[in-house]
Design a binder for this molecule. Structure first.
Ligand code: MG
Length: 193
């Protein structure tokens, strides 16, 4: 008996559609779009957007990059963050970006460790959903896990680090570019586009 092969969603390698695939910027959330808190962003009232982050996202969007948020939120499955609060924080982050003119095409939150960064699961899913060429795309994050996930997915990686403390981020965080925050990350990405 032949094994069934399902190609409805997965295009074979070498597909003629490859040339039409889009570039994306995958954005980590906490520490890139909003202020990272030592004790997690557990409640909507704790959400503080970072200066100029929404505008920087809008510049990437207007340059043709598909934007997707990819965030580890496994504290939800551990009970530290209520699902309703998580959803409301995310809704507000997306609204802030869209108010600035950014188009957020995907929101991926790993609520359990299985799909969390440094695994590339969310990026690979987003690439399938949005028709993205990973080799022409970027992952922007503030943690070694973001860099490792981006590299595992085959993307270029940008580490944003307000104090440029890259040594603390770990030797494995070999980002293609390190800068202070998302506006500078956008400058670098757009300078390469
Ligand atoms: Mg982060």
């Amino acid at each position: 008996m032949r094994r069934a092969v399902f190609l409805d969603h997965d295009e074979p390698a070498g597909s003629s559609n490859l040339g039409k695939r889009r570039r994306a910027v995958f954005l980590d959330r906490d520490g890139v779009l909003n202020r990272r808190r030592l004790a997690l962003v557990r409640k909507p009232s704790q959400l503080v957007l970072l200066p100029e982050a929404p505008e920087a996202a809008a510049r990437l969007s207007k340059a043709g990059f598909a934007l997707a948020i990819v965030t580890n939120q496994e504290w939800v499955s551990r009970g530290y963050i209520a699902r309703a609060d998580h959803d409301e924080v995310m809704r507000r982050v997306v609204a802030a970006l869209e108010d600035a003119g950014a188009k957020v095409e995907g929101v991926y939150a790993a609520l359990t460790p299985e799909t969390a960064k440094p695994r590339p699961a969310m990026l690979l899913q987003a690439a399938r959903d949005l028709g993205v060429d990973l080799a022409a795309s970027y992952m922007v994050g503030d943690n070694a896990k973001d860099v490792l996930a981006g590299r595992a997915a085959g993307c270029r990686t940008v580490l944003v680090d307000p104090r440029l403390r890259t040594a603390i981020q770990g030797a494995n965080a070999r980002a293609d570019h390190v800068c202070r925050a998302l506006p500078e990350a956008a400058d670098w990405i757009l300078s390469r586009a």
